[in-house]
Design a protein around this ligand. Structure first.
Ligand code: PLP
Length: 400
């Protein structure tokens, strides 16, 4: 069993970062007609009053949206909000987290070039790197991101360092300040998938990361009702993505989904502390449970990567003992429904045992030794005692 103490006190939630996010998300300048919510600009194109306006807009002398595959005012509201939250100069919305990841990575790495990625990164990012990238002659080297020496050894000659802290399924941390310093010394662009922590709990740009990626389908949306993505960074980096991939690959965010995200974002700073507290309560009880061997939750890590986390999300994993019948445990759960994704209001469970059967041969979990006795929980907004009672009865029904 994991003997490390829980070093985080939920009562110590600093009011400064929550306060800042809360105001950023609740306050708007009035929209047309004094509306407090922006309109959904459900339009594909924007017309010009005259020839000169069109010519000036195309030449960059005048600002106006032209076509919604480029800019759309509702989507731009969402982009501005994410940029402000991340402390970035600019942001770009996408139709999915994967559209944001692929357009960002491909804007900086090309044929004959190499990138370094943390092992156990998000499954479809790994499948993109393993399936498409060899055909494009892009080489990806995987490292244990927790080990700065391993990262330092892999970096020379790379174009991009791809981080995700904590990583998917195993929740391993990386020291963002240390790793970005190593990359900067060699002019290597750094990206991080910050979907787990969100800017409420981690602001990677303030720790040296160049570009912050999100699956906005998760906590940013918070309601399991949309698939979307976003990248935030310097104006120059976002301009480079716009020019190289965004508009041409075409994975733009729709106005309605941009609007849903704006709606979801309003409560982000309220939802995250709730997910954190319930997650920690359940993690603590699992850690003390006789059927649990270890809990993979950043709260129990002593890694220096913990210092950039101001709090913890409600997504983590744990490993059960040999005498737990995992299918019976999963089927006995009532509030934790069986399904992928996370970050919404509802609790979810993913058994690694089943996930390991997905895409044999191109599965980072299999390659990097994730135990089939690992189970991932997304702790939702339900009453935590109801959730714990559910888990306790499921363990009772799962004896082999
Ligand atoms: C879901 C997820 C993604 C992919 O996002 P989509 O919106 O599903 O394309 C990327 N990274 C992480 C960590 C995720 O959980």
């Amino acid at each position: 069993m994991n003997e490390q103490p829980n070093t985080f006190d939920p009562a110590s939630l600093a009011s400064d970062y929550l306060g800042e996010a809360a105001t950023l998300l609740a306050h708007d300048d009035p929209f047309p007609g004094g509306a407090v919510v922006p309109p959904i600009y459900q339009t594909s194109l924007f017309t010009f009053a005259n020839y000169a306006d069109m010519a000036d807009t195309f030449a960059g002398r005048r600002k106006q949206p032209i076509y919604s595959r480029g800019d759309n005012p509702t989507v731009m509201e969402f982009e501005a909000r994410v940029a402000a939250l991340e402390g970035a100069e600019a942001a770009r919305g996408f139709s999915s987290g994967m559209a944001a990841i692929s357009a960002t990575v491909l804007a900086f790495v090309g044929a004959g070039e190499r990138m370094v990625a943390v092992r156990n990164c998000y499954g479809d990012a790994y499948r993109l790197f393993e399936r498409l990238f060899p055909r494009l002659h892009i080489k990806v080297d995987y490292v244990d991101g927790a080990d700065p020496d391993a990262v330092a050894a892999a970096l020379p000659g790379a174009k991009l360092l791809y981080l995700e802290s904590p990583t998917s399924m195993m929740f391993e941390l990386q020291d963002l300040e240390h790793l970005t310093r190593l990359a900067k010394e060699q002019g290597i662009v750094t990206t991080i998938d910050n979907s787990w922590a969100t800017p409420v709990f981690q602001k990677p740009i303030s720790h040296g990361v160049d570009l912050v990626l999100h699956s906005a389908s998760k906590y940013l949306s918070g309601h399991s009702d949309t698939v979307a993505g976003v990248v935030a960074g310097s104006a120059a980096h976002i301009k480079h993505i716009n020019e190289q991939t965004y508009s041409q690959l075409g994975g733009k965010l729709s106005p309605f989904e941009g609007w849903l995200l704006l709606r979801g974002l309003r409560t982000l700073p309220l939802r995250l502390p709730h997910h954190m507290k319930s997650g920690l309560v359940i993690a603590e009880r699992l850690k003390a449970h006789g059927k649990v061997e270890r809990v993979n939750h950043p709260a129990y890590s002593n890694h220096p990567g913990k210092k950039t986390l101001a709090g913890y999300a409600g997504l983590f994993s744990f490993e059960v003992t040999e005498d737990v019948d995992i299918p019976a445990f999963v089927d006995a759960l009532k509030y934790f429904r069986i399904g992928v994704s996370w970050g919404g209001h509802e609790s979810l469970v993913v058994p690694a045992k089943a996930s390991l059967e997905q895409t044999p041969g191109i599965n980072s979990m299999a390659r990097f030794g994730v135990s089939p006795r690992t189970i991932r929980f997304n702790v939702g907004l339900e009453n935590v005692e109801d959730l714990w009672a559910d888990i306790a009865q499921a363990f009772d029904k799962s004896k082999k």
